[in-house]
Design a protein around this ligand. Structure first.
Ligand code: PBG
Length: 335
């Protein structure tokens, strides 16, 4: 980008364009709208159930009927996409995560209910990874040493993706970080005539300390032994994120995601500048919890902080943001 050499003071006063509200509005470079938001929701069994998640204050798991009600609220506020995550009952979790392939699992029932109630008024994005279904909390199949097997896991992820697509999922979002899964899933979707089912790849997903409350929400925190460092990325690496993105795009990803969000804005902007594709960021559970903790401590104003952080993603080149604050932010914007 060319940078004009500024005229010397006082000919140039950068404060001049900031002096009034109309001028600030006129010079605003980026804008956040409800259409930039993807709202993650946690599904649980039962009817009429709301289960608050203590480590995510203000966020609950909802039974399928509640999820449909949330979907209608999202439509009313102009939120274009929901991201669904199941809290699978303990007795349905297993070593191999087979419940992920059950066409009647919680996830599929929630997808069908939303699509029945809202049709194409809202998109449904579904997470592809086995951690909500495994008894060990890892995202894939493990060997005797606990190592997550790549190719065997990809085979299951293909089945999981087809299962979700058959239930009506609009965007398949693999968050597992196995090698080769995007191409394999794309091929399977094409073979089953799911030509318009998109893939949003969690391309640059880091082994992060910011996922704790999410693992509470899907019930995997207590089960997880060890960590996810043999598949999720090292927070020290940026060049490697660009390789991950390049590979996923070559394999057919329609859009890519960077995760977590705010601590990795440098990655988001680099991906955008290098590839010029739709980039999304996930403001993850630990980021949400940090904001809420700051608010609870009287250290920050929720509304301004939420909108400022979300706008930062737009400034960094993102097409949209997954955020647990989505409904609140949309309501603020809609007035
Ligand atoms: C599962 C998955 C995780 C998140 C989204 N999908 C957790 C993990 O990788 O352990 C985290 C989202 C959040 O923290 O809000 N593969």
């Amino acid at each position: 980008m060319t940078q004009t050499i500024p005229a010397p003071f006082p000919a140039l006063r950068l404060r001049r364009t900031r002096a009034t509200g109309w001028s600030r509005a006129l010079h605003r470079e980026h804008i956040l709208t409800p259409a930039d938001l993807i709202w993650p929701l946690f599904v649980t069994e039962g009817a009429g159930v709301e289960e608050p998640i203590p480590s995510l204050p203000g966020v609950s798991r909802w039974s399928v009927d509640g999820i449909v009600a949330r979907a209608k609220e999202a439509v009313a506020q102009g939120i274009p996409v929901l991201a669904l995550f199941p809290n699978t009952q303990p007795e349905r979790r297993s070593e191999d995560g087979a419940e992920a392939l059950n066409p009647d699992n919680l996830m599929c029932r929630a997808i069908r209910a939303i699509k029945d109630a809202c049709g194409d008024d809202i998109g449904v994005l579904t997470d592809v990874a086995l951690d909500p279904y495994t008894s060990h909390g890892q995202d894939g199949l493990i060997d005797d040493a606990g190592y997550v097997l790549n190719d065997a896991t990809v085979e299951v992820l293909v089945g999981q993706s087809l299962n979700q697509a058959a239930a009506g999922a609009d965007i398949i979002a693999p968050s597992d970080m196995m090698d080769g899964r995007i191409g394999t899933i794309r091929e399977a979707l094409e073979a089953e005539n799911h030509h318009n089912v998109q893939i949003m790849s969690y391309a640059a997903k880091y082994a992060s300390a910011f996922y704790g409350p999410f693992r509470d929400a899907v019930g995997s925190r207590g089960l997880l032994k060890g960590n996810k460092k043999t598949y999720q990325m090292d927070p020290a690496n940026a060049e490697e994120a660009l390789r991950e993105v390049a590979v996923d795009l070559a394999e057919g990803a329609d859009s890519v995601m960077v995760k977590p969000g705010l601590p990795y804005l440098d990655i988001a902007i680099r991906v955008k500048q290098q590839f010029g594709v739709p980039v999304f960021a996930y403001q993850v559970s630990g980021e949400y919890a940090m904001i809420e903790a700051a608010v609870a401590a009287g250290a920050a104003d929720r509304d301004t902080m939420v909108l400022e952080t979300l706008l930062a993603f737009k400034r960094a080149g993102c097409s949209g943001v997954l955020t647990y604050h989505a409904l609140h932010a949309a309501r603020l914007m809609n007035g």
